[in-house]
Design a binder for this molecule. Structure first.
Ligand SMILES: [Fe+2]
Length: 382
């Protein structure tokens, strides 16, 4: 067995108050003018004001770009890159959930490589390194702050482009659970289920390894235990810290082991109907587990054990049903109850959605190859 692996993660600081080191890190990275990338809701929560204040104190100039919507669009990336270049910025700080961070990565790609963001879709398509970049996540789920992934919606063709490259790993992630208490219940639930999906897909991925498995399993246990508690006690920082750590560990795992069919299908679905990414994952996850379980029994049994399955490991049917029940119950507990038809998918959309999911790069590392017919069946069942 060839066990030679390359693992890429950024420098990260985790703990309460970590975000207040942004000014010092910007100085260390040689920043003179920062593009502060965020969105309106994060601004309203006061997180941007904090970081802008720190930059002013350290004598670093900045300009704010906040015209970013959920599921960031290609034209938002182009507008941000134009602002970066015209303002003569030399560093990017992203403050927010997955959308501002992914958009910031897109801006960073265009800042040094030019062209359109669609030119960089796929795996290892970015020739030039990006400018210095610091990420401050304000949700616990996407892990875009530590990952090799940037997901940008192609607004004309209405699907999410997956950009996967070590070039988009930021220099520094400042991971601070204090930012999480401004999330509402739905955002807490959907981002938490996104993190759970990252961990599960990384665990069973054909590109997984012992190092990524350790982090994936730890993330799964933390989310099962603490996500419901975060919804019950949203102000409790200890619970938020555990889910933040879970998100980080899931991010380390999936960034290096990649993902699978849940994300491939969720990218197609979310890009088409502009739906919350975590909700798409949460709804699809039980269906893909059912499909994949027989194709990586060892890893799915590890997953079943993490969920508390104590039965006979040779009883694949019971183990599979146990995990699926647990995930369905967790979805209910955190308030994710819609099926994909209630989310807006029509039967006539399924052929196009299935084809886009089939071509998504996340499909490559699914435990078993899925045909367009297999994907269509998942859509119909979901
Ligand atoms: Fe995700």
């Amino acid at each position: 067995m060839n066990d030679l692996r390359r693992i890429v993660i950024p420098e990260f600081m985790i703990g309460r108050g970590a975000r207040f080191n942004a000014g010092g890190y910007a100085l260390n990275l040689g920043a003179k003018k920062v593009l502060l990338v965020t969105d309106e809701n994060v601004q309203k929560a006061g997180h941007v004001e904090d970081i802008a204040g720190l930059l002013s104190e350290t004598g670093v100039d900045y300009v704010i770009y906040d015209r970013i919507t959920p599921n960031p669009k290609d034209y938002e990336v182009s507008d941000g890159a134009e602002l970066y270049i015209n303002s003569k910025c030399d560093c990017i700080i992203a403050v927010g959930g997955g959308s501002p961070i992914d958009c910031a990565k897109g801006i960073a790609i265009l800042a040094t490589n030019g062209g359109n963001i669609s030119d960089y879709e796929g795996v290892d398509m970015i020739p030039e390194p990006i400018p210095p970049m610091i990420c401050i996540p304000t949700t616990a789920g996407t892990s875009a702050d530590v990952s090799q992934f940037a997901i940008i919606t192609n607004s004309k063709l209405k699907y999410k482009m997956a950009i996967i490259s070590k070039m988009v790993v930021p220099d520094v992630a400042l991971i601070d659970a204090e930012t999480l208490t401004t999330m509402d219940a739905h955002l807490t639930a959907t981002t938490g289920m996104d993190a759970l999906t990252h961990a599960i897909e990384a665990l069973v991925s054909t590109a997984s390894c012992t190092f990524t498995d350790i982090h994936a399993i730890d993330a799964i246990r933390l989310i099962i235990n603490y996500l419901p508690k975060c919804l019950q006690y949203p102000e409790n920082l200890d619970f938020r810290t555990e889910v933040m750590r879970a998100s980080l560990e899931a991010g380390i795992a999936f960034s290096n082991a990649s993902l699978g069919a849940v994300h491939a299908i969720a990218h197609s679905l979310g890009g088409f109907l502009d739906l919350p990414h975590g909700e798409c994952n949460a709804v699809l996850l039980p269906h893909i587990i059912k499909h994949n379980f027989p194709h990586n029994i060892e890893k799915y049994i590890m997953l079943a054990r993490a969920f508390g399955f104590t039965g006979d490991v040779t009883d694949i049917k019971s183990a599979s049903e146990f995990v699926i029940d647990k995930i369905n119950n967790l979805n209910k507990e955190v308030g994710i109850t819609r099926n994909i038809s209630q989310m807006g998918v029509k039967l006539s959309d399924i052929a196009t959605l299935s084809e886009k999911a089939f071509n998504d790069p996340c499909m490559i590392t699914n435990p078993v190859e899925m045909s367009i017919n297999d994907i269509t069946e998942v859509f119909e069942n979901a």
